[in-house]
Write a protein that binds this ligand. Sequence first.
Ligand SMILES: CC(C)(COP(=O)(O)OP(=O)(O)OC[C@H]1O[C@@H](n2cnc3c(N)ncnc32)[C@H](O)[C@@H]1OP(=O)(O)O)[C@@H](O)C(=O)NCCC(=O)NCCS
Length: 172
Amino acid sequence: MTESTENIKPVSASKIDAHIYKVFPNDLNSHNTVFGGVIMGIADRLALVVAERHSGHTCVTVSVDDMHFLRAARGGDTLVFRSSTNRAWGSSMEIGVQVMAEDSYTGDTRHILSAYFTFVALDSDNKPTEVPQLQPETEEEELRYAAAGLRRSHRLESAKKLKALRDKGSDL
Ligand SMILES: CC(C)(COP(=O)(O)OP(=O)(O)OC[C@H]1O[C@@H](n2cnc3c(N)ncnc32)[C@H](O)[C@@H]1OP(=O)(O)O)[C@@H](O)C(=O)NCCC(=O)NCCS
């Protein structure tokens, strides 16, 4: 793995505070709520930008933790995305994305989705490369940092078990 010249960065150096997406009719499914893939696609793009800001490298999504849509977003809603680096390890980083739906006429907001993306930074030979460590600076950032450590253990354990099944011939 190649070495990065920078070794620590604050969360504030890479985060996206508010990315606005106004829902129009072509975003809706046949149930008249927002098609989940629209939200997932935007979330992945934003998380990619955060990962590339943090690492200073081209990054690829290696995994996405369970994604639960907590509430439906509807036509006319304003979606507000927030994204930040939760933690960085060797070449990988966990990037969190939260999506709120806002009724811009009343100001009411609903929590639609929280999702956790793992990105790997690549060097010019497309090999995983070392990323700066993350410096959490607030209590909330400390909590996200700790939670990211727990999630990493689970996802690596799960990836290992799935690989063992694939090696036995499962096409999961
Ligand atoms: C990402 C990729 C380069 C990693 O290759 P690899 O041979 O697994 O590399 P390594 O084993 O060295 O792992 C690299 C990092 O990924 C992490 N990683 C690997 N598999 C993981 C998984 N399923 N979930 C979370 N992290 C994972 C490793 O823990 C390691 O992180 P660390 O350096 O911080 O410890 C490779 O899997 C790949 O190219 N995948 C396709 C990515 C892609 O194209 N995404 C776009 C979607 S089409």
